[in-house]
Ligand binder design. Structure first.
Ligand code: SAM
Length: 243
């Protein structure tokens, strides 16, 4: 069975790809590429730039992403969707030449990404190699030139959904929120909290805002809506810290 190389590509800047990532893309026999996704055009250009910079001659094998069945409960919907993606990968892998097959994985393959869970569903248990990438967390703290944690402090990395449903994560001085389409920081009592927010981190369109949550929060809601309207999609991440 083919080896599968999951290559972390960072958060949208071709220069985020590490030397190890470039070498993997150069040496792979094929690269599986999903045909659809938010910002399809932007992502197609990024992918081309990354493969060009790697001097990759890998055969590009496109595959269609299945759609999620929104009528199912959340956990089942995601599990079925992963099953369906694994089937598409399998069909794509059957067309691949001999040799390792790479997938370009946004950020790092281990952070809020299901690529490893999908790979585990493939029949024949292919050997999986992970090439780490720069995460949205790192792109955010670097863009604002702030540390990820306070001295000896706990950080909770969480999702917008959990922040809305569970409030401030217990025991954390710092919370980093990903996968939030709804500016869920609005569900928190803002007193005593600071926010550092970033959209399109690492990309030419990067937008940053920061300040005390009470004052920066409404500004972020506006900036986010305007950036999203301009590009047709957005990815954003933010860090909240108790003052
Ligand atoms: C499915 S997760 C993938 C995370 C990725 N594996 C990583 O290591 O960063 C997608 C979430 O990552 C964050 N994200 C990814 N790229 C980003 C970017 N360029 N700017 C801001 N946030 C980003 C957003 O919170 C988005 O909702």
């Amino acid at each position: 069975m083919t080896e599968l190389w999951l290559v972390g590509i960072g958060t949208g800047n071709p220069d985020h790809v590490t030397l190890e990532g470039r070498a993997a893309l150069r040496d792979a026999a094929a690269v599986l590429i999903p045909r659809k996704g938010a910002g399809k055009e932007d992502l197609a250009h990024l992918r081309e730039a990354i493969l060009r910079a790697a001097d990759s001659n890998a055969r590009v094998i496109p595959f269609d992403m299945p759609v999620r069945d929104e009528s199912l409960p959340y956990a089942e919907r995601v599990a079925r969707w992963h099953d369906a993606i694994a089937l598409r990968w399998q069909a794509a892998l059957e067309q691949a030449p001999d040799g390792p097959v790479a997938l370009l994985v946004w950020g790092d393959p281990g952070l809020y990404d299901s690529t490893l869970r999908i790979a585990a569903r493939l029949p024949g248990a292919p050997r999986v190699r992970v090439v780490p990438g720069i995460t949205a967390l790192q792109a955010l703290t670097a863009a604002h030139a702030i540390p990820f944690n306070t001295v000896n402090g706990a950080v909770s990395v969480t999702t917008g959904r959990r922040l809305r449903e569970g409030g401030w994560p217990e025991g954390a001085e710092t919370a980093v929120v990903m996968l939030d389409g709804q500016c869920s920081f609005r569900a928190l009592e803002p007193a005593g909290l600071r926010i550092w927010w970033g959209g399109f981190l690492g990309m030419p369109e990067q937008v940053l805002e920061s300040g005390p949550l009470a004052e920066a929060g409404p500004r972020i809601v506006e900036t986010r809506a305007a950036a999203r309207a301009r590009h047709g999609w957005i990815m954003d991440t933010y860090l909240l810290r108790r003052a």
